[in-house]
Design a protein around this ligand. Structure first.
Ligand code: CA2
Length: 147
């Protein structure tokens, strides 16, 4: 794989490790970034890891990934449940997008049960904490290998 996998993170994920460890675990986003980079390296891939609290920035990064990434691992945070614009951006780009979530959104409040991203993404991995990201990277590599 010549281009990196872009790992994009949405709102409030910069707060990981500070509150709600029973839902999101005790790792910080920097811990997740480090683990993703190490896991990707083991399977011959490289990563670019980004977080934003702003919907438009995430859209711009998806457009950037269309040119500069082989695949995208995307945790859209709460925008998962609200954003038609992110749905459209995921649909608009060529590289496979794997949606990931730390928590099992289907087992949480009803407003988290619907994802606007799932129907546009190649696949979704939810509820496995850090492993959602690591399996997302593996899924991304496998999707690219099949192209
Ligand atoms: O489970 C996930 O990965 C989520 O995408 C996390 C989002 C949530 O809105 C989604 O429904 C599921 C929340 C991001 C982190 O929120 C925090 C809130 C307080 C303290 C730390 C993190």
């Amino acid at each position: 794989m010549t281009k990196p996998i872009h790992i994009l993170n949405g709102p409030n994920l910069n707060l990981l490790g500070t509150r709600e460890p029973e839902i999101y675990g005790s790792m910080t986003l920097a811990d997740i970034e480090f683990a993703c980079e190490a896991h990707a390296r083991q399977i011959g891939a490289t990563t670019v890891f980004r977080q934003s609290n702003h919907e438009g920035q995430l859209i711009d990064w998806l457009h950037d990934a269309n040119v500069n990434a082989s695949a995208v691992v995307f945790n859209p945070g709460a925008f998962t449940h609200t954003s038609v614009a992110l749905h459209d951006a995921v649909r608009a780009i060529e590289p496979p997008v794997i949606e990931v979530h730390l928590s099992q959104t289907a087992a949480r409040e009803p407003f988290r049960h619907h994802s606007y991203i799932a129907s546009a993404a190649r696949g979704s991995i939810t509820g496995l904490g850090l492993d959602s990201y690591l399996l997302g990277i593996e899924a991304a590599v496998r999707c690219v290998a099949k192209q």
